[in-house]
Design a binder for this molecule. Structure first.
Ligand SMILES: [Zn+2]
Ligand SMILES: [Zn+2]
Length: 99
């Protein structure tokens, strides 16, 4: 993670909000782990859904697509799960084909 960026500040930025929307749209407003569907309000806010960074290497990258590719959509519950449990996604991910 780029140390010059304060992550909490970044999460409030317009740049991140736009990317977050694209992540959630790409995942069709569904949590990739449990399939919970979010609600879009005025095209900005998605109820219950978070975009989670699988890696921070492209945080605030000049190329938005790189950062979007590093993010997945999770509901509040799964988001907590993934931060607290290793292998959470391996057990819950419904979107990806297992290798
Ligand atoms: Zn979920
Ligand atoms: Zn996260």
């Amino acid at each position: 993670m780029n140390k010059t960026i304060n992550y909490q500040e970044y999460l409030k930025s317009v740049r991140w909000r736009k990317r977050r929307m694209k992540v959630i749209k790409r995942d069709k407003f569904e949590c990739v782990a449990c399939g919970q569907v979010g609600t879009e309000i005025k095209g900005i806010t998605i109820n219950n859904l978070n975009a989670h960074h699988e890696t921070y290497r492209n945080l605030s990258s000049k190329n938005p697509q790189k950062e979007i590719d590093d993010c997945i959509t999770l509901c509040q519950m799964c988001h907590e799960g993934i931060h607290n449990t290793t292998n959470y996604l391996k057990e819950h991910d419904t979107r990806r084909t297992k290798k």
